[in-house]
Ligand binder design. Structure first.
Ligand code: NAP
Length: 245
């Protein structure tokens, strides 16, 4: 039986790769985007061309409750009950702590934390009714150890880890698993503004000596969604090349 996954922030980067991975594994995929309509619609169209009815591009700013509820409704009407939610949509920002504005702080928490809360709350009633489901939240290694000049990002991603552990305990009795992936440095647009020498330094510091690819994270997310991970909940899987141990 085909299942449905909703992947937030799937217009590019880690989310896009994760959507493609789930699709390749036979899932129907809801490809969420906020602004990048063209990229998300192109991806869904290509997947539908290869397997009709297997994908839907769906717009929502994950920090807005009405948009999230509408996204989940549209996805379930088109593709069926959401069995897996991947909370991937996120923003990052590098700034000295003393320069952070209240708006910087609020926006970071609205997207990276409130977005996770709203999407999980929107899919959970159905999962609880069906007594099955998996939620996988994308945190960051900076949420585990903190990063200079990314205090608000680190705090938000740390909150995602605590959220994962708490929710896993609460919904475990309903046979729903909640896990987290905390990537290291991954080659996506999010890191596009980093100067090449900073990326080189991060690569050198990484024991495996490489910058990760979106596919490395998609594989970790898929593992947590697969039956092989059915006894795993409340955990943080950290594909980071050994940079943070
Ligand atoms: P990316 O290339 O910048 O892509 C971000 C995605 O999130 C885009 O699809 C974007 O869609 C979407 N998005 C942003 N704000 C949104 C909102 N309010 N509502 C809905 N969608 C929104 O980033 P990435 O590197 O793939 O990162 C994906 C996740 O991994 C993030 O949570 C990030 O914090 C985490 N992560 C990344 C790295 C890394 O090194 N790249 C490391 C650790 C963790 P639109 O363009 O349509 O807005």
């Amino acid at each position: 039986m085909e299942k449905t996954a909703l992947i937030t922030g799937a217009s590019r980067g880690i989310g896009r790769e994760t959507a493609v991975k789930f699709w390749r594994e036979g899932f129907r995929v809801a490809v969420n985007y906020q602004k990048s309509a063209e990229a998300a619609k192109e991806l869904a169209a290509e997947l539908n061309r290869l397997r009709p009815g297997s994908a839907l591009a769906v717009q929502a700013d994950v920090s807005k409750k009405d948009q999230v509820l509408s996204m989940v409704r549209q996805a379930e009407e088109a593709l069926g009950p959401i069995e897996v939610l991947v909370n991937n949509a996120g923003i990052a920002q590098q700034k000295l702590f003393t320069d952070l504005t209240e708006e910087d702080w609020d926006r970071m928490f609205q997207v990276d934390v409130k977005g996770v809360f709203l999407c999980a709350q929107a899919v959970l009633p159905g999962m609880i009714r069906r007594k099955r489901g998996k939620i996988i939240n994308i945190s960051s290694m900076w949420g585990q150890v903190g990063a200079s000049c990314e205090v608000h990002y680190s705090a938000a991603k740390g909150a995602v880890i605590a959220f994962t552990k708490a929710l896993a305990q609460e919904v475990g009795p309903s046979h729903i698993q909640v896990n987290c992936v905390a990537p290291g440095v991954i080659a996506t647009e999010m890191n596009g503004a980093l100067p090449p020498e900073v990326l080189d330094a991060l690569r050198e510091e990484t024991p495996l000596g490489v910058i990760g690819q979106p596919g490395d994270i998609a594989e970790a997310v898929w593992f947590l969604a697969s039956p092989q991970a059915d006894f795993i909940t409340g955990q943080v899987l950290a594909p980071n090349g050994g940079l943070v141990l």
